[in-house]
Write a protein that binds this ligand. Structure first.
Ligand code: SF4
Ligand code: SF4
Length: 701
């Protein structure tokens, strides 16, 4: 069907007062020969949308450009469910609300945005949605408290579950715990007899290949190898205690009467707590909190469950001896929320003594008891306490990095992890997502947590796994572009096997053949466009996002060649943080220089450096890129995007120097969405510097 363009200009919400709509219409009709062009006082209302729909159904409009509010608003109103391309142009938040009304520069800005929107729309093609046969089964790896909870939740929601446990029995650590064992036995029973849960004990994952909706998982079971198909995976492999042999400075190893909290739990499960060296009931105990935690030489993080664990273990001791003195030496007692009530209750007992302090030595005293010396106590004194038993509250180490998944992925067999061994994820926005699509981490393998939080985490991960298979069934992406049906296609005839795309894809979506040609697994793809930015041959594109499309938008900007005062700046901004931040600036009516033209990118990592070359060779005077924060506490929704853009930019800066263009004409800034109020000043500051540099000498070439 031939392309028929319809352009719809809204004059509501102050747009009509700021811009001359007839001049905008002239751009559409004269420059782009739009056969249909309408203005309306409230395009988002029933009448306005009705006009657009009518043009699609009766006048054959196949490409509709709606110049009105930000595309982040009124999505439902402008979803015509028709199969036509709909492109939104942000005249409200990015023009009318943040620039002087009825001003020549504001009008030029509005007209440029309309040109860019039409250029983009004309390059957009309808997407053919992926439609493979999808498995809805959820594979849960780990049969402890988290894994069993995830399995039961997914099964209760009507999904088949394959539960894999490496030990002979389900239950995990909870079976060794005095306070959890009974409840866990009941849950194990429920899981074992649940008609939707297939359990494999004494089993391990040998290999996972495929993609969400189509994972083929080879298991080594007690009766040999077996392959099962799953749609999504929950990794609930739990934790192991920190290696206490590294805590000799806290007395571990010098006497059997120095034990860890995990060992004490086992001792308590076996009956009364006895002093290991004498086998007599303990008459006094000292707990050392944060033993090897929050310590740069050991675990740098807080394991979050040990403070509450100690309070519960004091309860065991109290049951067997109400008078035994118990000492707790802490850096901070961390008992958030309702746990604080437990802390107060335990504190109130006259024989429980809590003090902040630094343990400086743990020795065996003359009478065989343990002597613990503590500095910097709350009293400001150094004290020595003699006790029957010292308990080290050691922390959690995730069971995640080593040979759990055995993914047959080009980018490695396990989940990418952060420096502490927890899976890399976007902690703020998408905590369960890992960097392998369709694979969700839950419980203590994801972050240190206690049993109550692990159960909640398991429910969250089970829901994410269900969401993943349901989205896959509809050919849609998961977070953060949930619902997106577009996907990259590769024109492989021109691939030079440089491997940049397969190396830079943050989600391991691309495998390779022996020569290094990418083999896309589209259901693993998060649609970030980072591969598109990486490819030097520019052969990766989406139907609605491509190098050519952004280049056409840049080309559509009207660059006045005969007016040295009229400079132009291109702002390539991340659509996840910077673009909404600009919308907020508009909502707050914050003004900034109207020489800036904004183009949103799926991720700054999708930046193809050819766009910068295109912009500068077109006479654009400066290019500013605004992306998410990167580094250890990154905010990038695609984990590495803005960092990759920054690396690519280093190469461009050298090119600029060769062209004798000032490197200051190019700037990358990291910005979080809550820093929206800095954006107007950022744009103004950059515009000022560009004005000082003067016009781009390549203007008009
Ligand atoms: S769009 Fe993103 S997730 Fe998909 S293949 Fe490219 S780099 Fe990987
Ligand atoms: S980046 Fe482009 S040229 Fe390089 S391997 Fe990937 S598709 Fe081929």
């Amino acid at each position: 069907m031939p392309n028929k363009l319809g352009v719809y200009i809204c004059t509501g919400c102050g747009i009509g007062e700021a811009l001359d709509a007839s001049k905008l219409a002239k751009v559409a009709v004269s420059e782009y020969k739009a056969p249909v062009c309408r203005t309306h006082a409230a395009l988002c209302g029933a009448e306005g949308c009705g006009l657009v729909r009518q043009d699609m159904t009766q006048a054959g409009v196949t490409t509709a450009v709606v110049a009105a509010c930000s595309p982040r608003f009124k999505a439902e109103a402008f979803n015509f469910n028709h199969g036509s391309v709909v492109e939104r142009v942000n005249l409200r938040e990015h023009v009318a609300w943040c620039h002087k009304p009825k001003d020549e520069s504001t009008q030029m800005l509005g007209e440029d945005y309309l040109r860019m929107g039409i250029a983009r729309a004309l390059k957009t093609e309808p997407v053919q949605v992926l439609a493979e046969v999808i498995s809805r089964a959820v594979l849960v790896i780990g049969g402890g408290i988290t894994g069993i909870t995830a399995a039961l939740e997914a099964a209760a929601a009507g999904y088949d579950v394959i539960l894999v446990e490496k030990e002979e029995h389900l239950g995990g650590r909870a079976l060794l715990s005095r306070r959890q064992a009974q409840q866990m036995e009941e849950r194990v029973e429920t899981a074992l007899y649940h008609p939707r849960i297939r359990t494999f004990c004494s089993s391990q994952v040998l290999k996972i290949q495929g993609q969400p909706g189509m994972f083929d998982v080879t298991l080594q079971t007690a009766s040999g190898e077996q392959t099962v198909r799953a749609g999504a995976i929950v990794v609930a492999t739990g934790w192991k205690p920190y290696d206490a042999s590294r805590l000799a400075h806290l007395g571990y190893g010098i006497s059997p009467d120095v034990v860890t909290n995990v060992e004490l739990e086992r001792m308590a499960g076996d009956g009364p707590i006895l002093r290991p060296s004498t086998k007599q009931p303990v008459a006094s105990v000292l707990f050392i909190q944060c033993a090897g935690s929050r310590d740069k030489d050991h675990l740098p993080y807080c394991s979050s469950a040990c403070c509450m664990g100690t309070l519960q273990q004091i309860g065991y001791l109290r049951q067997q001896d109400p008078e035994a003195p118990v000492y707790v030496i802490y850096k901070d007692m961390r008992t958030p929320g309702q746990y604080e009530r437990v802390y107060r209750q335990v504190q109130d007992h006259p024989m429980n003594f809590f003090t902040k302090g630094d343990v400086t030595s743990v020795k065996v005293w003359q009478d065989g008891r343990m002597a613990v010396t503590i500095d910097h106590t709350l009293l400001g004194e150094s004290i020595t306490v003699c006790v029957d038993l010292v308990v080290l509250a050691t922390g959690m180490v995730p069971n995640g990095a080593e040979q759990i998944l055995n993914l047959a992925y080009r980018q490695g067999p396990e989940l990418p992890v952060l420096q502490d061994g927890f899976p890399d994820s976007h902690f703020v926005c998408f905590p369960y997502e890992t960097r392998r699509t369709g694979i969700y981490a839950a419980g203590a393998v994801r972050a240190p947590m206690d049993e109550a939080h692990a159960r909640e985490d398991a429910m969250g991960a089970a829901l994410k796994a269900i969401q993943s298979v349901e989205l896959a069934t509809r050919g849609q992406a998961v977070h953060p572009r949930g619902g997106d049906t577009s996907y990259p296609s590769f024109f492989l005839q021109r691939c030079t096997q440089c491997k940049r795309c397969t190396e830079e894809c943050p989600f391991g979506a691309l495998d390779e053949d022996v020569k290094g040609t990418p083999k896309p697994n589209l259901y693993r793809c998060r649609r970030c466009g980072i591969c598109l930015g990486a490819c030097p041959e520019r052969i990766i594109s989406f139907k609605n996002y491509s190098v050519d499309m952004i280049a056409s938008m840049i080309k559509a900007i009207d660059v006045p060649e005969d007016d040295e005062e009229q400079l132009r700046i291109l702002a390539l901004v991340c659509e996840n943080d910077a673009y909404p931040a600009l919308d907020i600036a508009g909502l707050k009516r914050r003004q900034y220089d109207p020489i800036v033209r904004v183009i949103p990118l799926r991720c700054l990592g999708s930046l193809n450096i050819v766009w910068i070359a295109d912009a500068l060779s077109r006479g654009i005077d400066g290019v500013i890129l605004v992306g998410c924060k990167y580094g250890d506490d990154y905010q990038c929704h695609f984990t590495k995007g803005s960092e990759l853009a920054s690396r690519r930019l280093d190469n461009v800066k050298e090119t600029l120097q060769r062209l004798q263009l000032e490197p200051e004409r190019l700037q990358l800034t990291q910005l979080a969405i809550n820093e929206w109020d800095k954006l107007p000043a950022l744009f103004d500051g950059f515009a000022q510097r560009i004005k000082e540099l003067g016009p781009n000498p390549y203007k008009g070439f």
